[in-house]
Design a binder for this molecule. Sequence first.
Ligand code: CTP
Length: 426
Amino acid sequence: MNSQNILLGVSGGIAAYKAPELVRRLTERGATVQVVATQSALEFVTATTLQAVSGRPVRSSLWDPAAEAAMGHIELARWADQVLIAPATAEFMSRLAAGGAADLLSTLCLASEAPLTIAPAMNRVMWAHPAVQANREILERRGVRIVGPDAGDQACGEQGLGRMSEPDAIAALMFAGEALPGRQGPVRPAAISKSRPLAGKTVLITAGPTHEAIDPVRYITNRSSGKMGYALAEAALLAGARVILVSGPVNLATPAGAERVDVESAEDLYKATHAHIKGTDIFIAAAAVADYQLQQVAKHKIKKSQVEISLELTRAPDTLASVAKLSPGPFTVGFAAETTRLRDYARGKLQNKNLDMIVANQVGPDEGFDKDDNAVEVFWPTGEKSFPKALKTELARDLIALIAERYQERLNASTQPDLPALSSRP
Ligand code: CTP
């Protein structure tokens, strides 16, 4: 699918300056890119630059007789194997959600049957605004894939969620896609739901270790690279979900499209999770969270003036158990790393914490931590499944498929009408 035709729509925000680089990243991967810019996008980036990198004249008007004669807009809509809008401004998202067709780019989005991906970019307050979030939800329900926005420094000088995802990450996602359906028929939502079982769903994943400060320079931690949680985030994105990744300190790149919230301690992880849990459909606790925290963190570096010292530890809040208690709560998946009696301990945790599913793995000197592969046993109240050793990226895809299946089953069970009891029949 490398020789695909990508219609790149550029709408008018400051992140449009990244569009030429995005064109390069797409063409390097073998795509033919046709840029369609809105009038306001051309205030931020010139048509000359975009034409130079794409090798094709930029289209921007519905009323350009020469361009229309070369390839009419309906023809252009049919030409595209995928449509990508990057950056997608708040204004353009609202136009898409409303189905407007007053300009060339929105007309093309309406007239194309190709899968649509958008990479929103805007100020963090705008992104958080209920109007923008309502549009995001409408688009997601329609099967539009949404990449990002990422958290970080913003052009307006603020910090937060709203940056357009990096061009390389967006381009990679456009080709990640055996999971992506190819050209679709007119019944787009049905076509998408088969290969993107989590489209329109929000998944919150915790990942990585936590650091429990002892003093300003020392901490207690758990062994964890975060690779499993990050692979799950990537797999959930490919399955169409909106992903919030609450991450302890790790050395991993944020999967394109994930909304990453960085935390340090078990307490931070608890607070960040509960700040985002509302409206979440699935919660996956893949983080290796510290069970204990320092009762008192020393304000200054502890000097080695004594031969022995003791640290007083207290229990840290258990995020997984607290989410499992929420009602209504998300479909909740826990992890269990065990050195012995894996099955007994995992089933015990499933029951005690009232989880919908638990993923258990045997850990030891040569298993589990900081490796690229893993083998797991998955348990749920009415069943279990073994996954033999595989790359964490592959394992994550299988786990997400199983989670989506069990989640759907729980949903179906809760909407099933109660059958009348046999004894009450005449
Ligand atoms: N977990 C959590 N918050 C904590 C501790 C654990 O969210 N403070 C989550 C982990 O992300 C993982 C699961 O709980 O999904 C692991 O539980 P674990 O700590 O192994 O279970 P415990 O019930 O504490 O059992 P034990 O320590 O006896 O193994």
